[in-house]
Design a protein around this ligand. Structure first.
Ligand code: MC0
Length: 141
């Protein structure tokens, strides 16, 4: 049901500085950008130049406001790695599987993620201290 590590998400306070750094230092291409009001983020998906389709990406996450989850994370920890996301083929089935193992997912129903994906999160306390995102890409089924 899990097919890949989809992306790692990095909390930043300066969106442009972060995307420029990945481009100039490591040659990442900016393949997608959007604002997700519900999640309180401006985000970019960066892929290593020349990587095959479906390769894991870096997601830059900048807060839209002081109340954003990302603002709260940066206040507490400073900028840095905020989440790891795994790609799934059927998020409803994965959520049911996790619930059956008493692993907490944050939302009762999936929410809208990057590029019309469906997303949910496993609580970091139930995933070894890692905020784990589940992402079912649009058009998966
Ligand atoms: C909190 N904790 C974390 C953590 N955030 N541990 C690892 N990684 C993180 N990112 C730890 C805290 O240190 C604390 O541990 C405990 O979890 C509870 O933290 P809290 O401060 O009381 O709780 P909150 O209010 O910060 O909430 C944490 C929670 C929240 C994970 C529930 O961040 C959340 O709802 N996240 C899901 C949504 C999200 O992250 N959206 C932004 C990305 P101690 O030991 O101190 O008690 S949006 C996105 O990713 C979309 C656009 C996409 O990819 O498509």
């Amino acid at each position: 049901l899990v097919t890949a590590v989809d992306h790692v998400g990095i909390a930043v306070s300066d969106f442009d500085a972060a995307t420029t750094w990945y481009r100039d230092a490591l040659g990442f291409d900016n393949v997608h950008e959007e604002i997700n009001e519900e999640q309180g983020v401006r985000e970019a998906m960066l892929a290593p130049a020349g990587a095959p389709d479906g390769s894991a990406m870096v997601q830059i996450l900048a807060p839209l406001s002081d109340t954003s989850t990302i603002a709260k994370f940066i206040d507490k920890n400073g900028p840095g790695l905020q989440q790891m996301a795994v790609r799934v083929t059927d998020i409803d089935a994965v959520m049911a599987h996790l619930a059956a193992h008493d692993i907490r997912v944050l939302y009762p129903e999936p929410k809208k993620g990057t590029a019309h994906s469906r997303i949910n999160f496993v609580h970091p306390k139930d995933a070894g201290g890692v905020l784990l995102e589940l992402v079912e890409p649009a058009g998966t089924h």
